[in-house]
Design a protein around this ligand. Structure first.
Ligand code: ADP
Ligand code: MG
Length: 397
């Protein structure tokens, strides 16, 4: 049998090597080497293809492509060289294979058997946990919950990093009272793009928020700088951060609309949020527990659920008024089929004081009911966290 293959170049060098090896084989017909989303979709729809092999993962290879392939009986195979690509490929339903052409043919002829049974990667085994904090428009309290969650996790494990990834204008540094110029996500993205972001750089350049607080990576100083964080660099930032920290909490802002640029498939201003949500081990979805907040949240969850499976979702009700918890719980359960994991009470005066003092409630008022509610979120995302002492030499600001 002649195996008809299309290759996709995420990693151009690796793809070129595999394509050369495949083209030398009698039992393979290498139809097409693809570097473009629109071309690939057109080819899937019109060419007689048996298998699609992505070497590395281009940012434009998305679920629409793997769904199209599956609908047409085309196998989607992937060769990954790092944990992040492995995780993303598995989430997209791409079967991980080794780069050897013989093995790809063997897999395609006998899927799930023989030497090329899907490689089961210990996803998450060596990585810290990436926790994305999202919420719909209307300031439901994403940044507040992200700051408090990171502060709670930092008490358990000092290798906790808080990243401001809101491409529409982040407030994390201001909320923590940081006034000095610290390295931002732009700094991290630039180093990551050159493969120069590592534990040493984190230790030398970043600072903790307070003595026992999380290590802080502030956001864009001007929101129009978002184009400087490329899709590739952002993935590398997340990959490096999760390989060096036990917990990485990212405030991803509100907007998760997919790409409008069909040609490149690039998600533009929303790419940081979308790729963080796709990679996250858990997504903390925050809503403001009043009629407008609940409406905005339920409308926006359609788009969220295109990116995040329900099992990874933890819903948090924020600004819950006294005696309304049961009503809020019932509304969310009926409309979304998920119960909130925590109900953070509406405490404007406490939050106002915390912002003025530049400290989290977790640190300034650990005994208050709002801090206790966020502790429930920390327990839900990190049930068995163990202290590591890692990066403890980072000085406080
Ligand atoms: N549980 C709460 N009780 C009272 N005020 C809150 C609560 N959570 C957030 N806030 C306030 O709501 C405002 C918006 O919060 P923020 O976290 O900046 O929202 P977002 O990041 O979603 O835009 C802030 O002034 C914050 O202090
Ligand atoms: Mg915010």
């Amino acid at each position: 049998m002649l195996l008809r293959v299309v290759t996709v170049a995420g990693d151009a060098t690796g793809e070129a090597e595999l394509a050369r090896a495949l083209s030398l084989r009698d039992d393979v017909d290498l139809l097409f080497r693809c570097v473009d989303r629109v071309e690939l979709l057109a080819s899937l729809r019109s060419d007689p293809i048996d298998a699609l092999v992505s070497v590395g993962l281009p940012t434009w290879l998305d679920r629409e492509i793997t769904d199209e392939a599956r609908a047409r009986g085309i196998a989607s195979l992937g060769v990954a060289s790092n944990d992040m690509d492995r995780t993303l490929m598995q989430r997209l339903g791409i079967t991980l294979v080794e780069a050897a052409p013989g093995a790809i043919v063997a897999w395609a002829l006998a899927p799930g058997e023989g030497p090329m049974a899907p490689v089961r990667m210990p996803v998450g085994a060596k990585r810290g946990r990436l926790l994305a904090v999202w919420g719909s428009k209307g300031s439901p309290g994403r940044t507040t919950i992200a700051v408090e969650l990171a502060a709670q996790l930092a008490l358990q494990d000092d290798a906790t990093l808080l990243i401001d990834a809101d491409s529409y204008g982040g407030d994390v540094a201001q909320m923590l009272g940081v006034t000095e110029d610290l390295p931002t996500i732009l700094w991290a993205a630039k180093l990551a793009a050159k493969d120069e972001l590592d534990a040493g750089r984190f230790a030398i350049d970043l600072r903790r928020a307070g003595k026992a607080g999380p290590v802080l990576m502030p956001g864009l100083t001007r929101s129009e700088l978002w184009p400087d964080v490329s899709a590739h660099a952002w993935r590398r930032v997340l990959e490096t951060a999760t390989s060096e920290f036990s917990f990485v909490v990212a405030d991803v802002g509100f907007c998760v609309e997919p790409a409008t640029d069909l040609y490149t498939g690039d998600d533009g201003r929303n790419r940081m949020a979308r790729s963080t949500l796709e990679c996250a081990d858990r997504v903390v979805a925050v809503f403001r527990a009043d009629p407008i907040g609940i409406k905005n949240f339920l409308r926006a969850t359609d788009q969220l659920l295109d990116l995040v499976s329900r099992e990874r979702l933890l819903v948090v009700a924020n600004r819950v008024r006294d005696k309304e918890q049961r009503q809020v719980a019932e509304l969310i359960r009926t409309n979304l089929g998920i119960r909130p994991v925590a109900y953070v009470p509406d405490r404007p005066a406490q939050h106002h004081r915390a912002i003025l003092s530049g400290e989290s409630l977790t640190r300034s008022a650990p005994g208050c009911d709002a801090a206790a509610a966020v502790r429930a979120v920390a327990t839900a995302v990190a049930p068995a966290a163990k202290p590591s002492g890692f990066l403890s030499r980072l000085v406080s600001r």
